[in-house]
Design a protein around this ligand. Sequence first.
Ligand code: MEV
Length: 430
Amino acid sequence: MSSSKKSGFYRLTRQERIDWIARWAELTGQEIAALDAGLALEQGEQMIENVIGRHVLPLGIAVNFLLNGRDILVPMAIEEPSVVAGASFAAKLARAGGGFSAAASAPEMIGQVQLLDVADLEAAQAALLAARERLLACADEADPVIKRLGGGARDLEVRVLPDTPAGPMLVVHLIYDCRDAMGANAVNTACEKLAPLVEEIAGGRVGLRILSNLADRRLACAGCTIPAPVLAFGDFSGQQVARGIVEAWAFAAADPYRAATHNKGIMNGIDAVALATGQDWRAIEAGAHAYAARSSRYTSLSNWEQTADGGLAGRIELPLAVGVVGGATRSHPTARVALKLLGVQSAQDLAAAMAAVGLAQNLAAIRALATEGIQKGHMTLHARQVAMAAGAEGDEIEQVARRMAADGAVRPNQAAEILQAMRAGIVDGE
Ligand code: MEV
């Protein structure tokens, strides 16, 4: 049970898959039940307002991941076909080169305090910097638990925004180590705590007190190398595939229109793990895209190059503000099991794993795009969704999907026609 390399995982029945992952992660009966039951309506009512139901997504497992020498199973919650299969496939390729190496920096978030109506911006800036220790001590009073766990206020920066539509302003950045929490609450509380003291020291009037989702002090990176021979398939040599992948990356590196789609492919993987493990995926999305535009030109979050021997080397770096405590990570029963399945002990471990999944997802997408195209692999699964939307049930789903794929026409009206004909006995399902 020590290897996540599992060819044919997709061919197992759902029950066989559950049995396998339950043995892998030593899931209890209650945890196995949570995979299906998910969040109870009563629990949902404690989370948001005006609750009327529950919205459910499929939870899949990506296999084959080797991360820093350790086998991991990757839980992914997503509605899009091919994402889980793509991640598993890319992880298999990366495995041939030793898997992914990944790491995350200290879990430091940035909190912002906006200061308006400041008479002398430079004098205020100097006064705030001179009072650094006092301000950090004040921020630390906000969350004694994080402080006890070794986190808390780390540093202070003061930025001048001389020319905004509302006139000049100062921005205090509180650098705050959130340990294993995503940290939004802790950072926001610390900023609110800090605000009166900022006013007292600098003069002026405090405006916003809120974290920044451009969490560029909380970065995760991952890399992999893939030997050319494992990239070969069909009529494509390994070197051709590697070259195609580098050309696809170069397109994204140079063109924001392509980079947005390229990065969307990366986020397919990252968001799916974020959803499965109960993260604030909007914060992750905001951070990733802002980071992709940090040079003032939106570009690729990943980087691919050919190695001297014709293989492929890939790398990704992005902010990942994630947690393994707080938020929905513990209160959502499925998220709790997903974290156990992934086997991560800290927010940094989780961020590192997510970066590796993002890189894998990117590899799967651009490999397909640079060779046979994305639609071939996509269509069979997509056809099932179209069949379901047309009303197909049970075995009909596969039968309608297969017939549409064979006809090369995967469209709702086609699905409805086939379904009608099948139900009327005009065509059989086989
Ligand atoms: C689709 O969800 C994601 C892709 O468009 C990513 C890409 O183009 O690199 C296939």
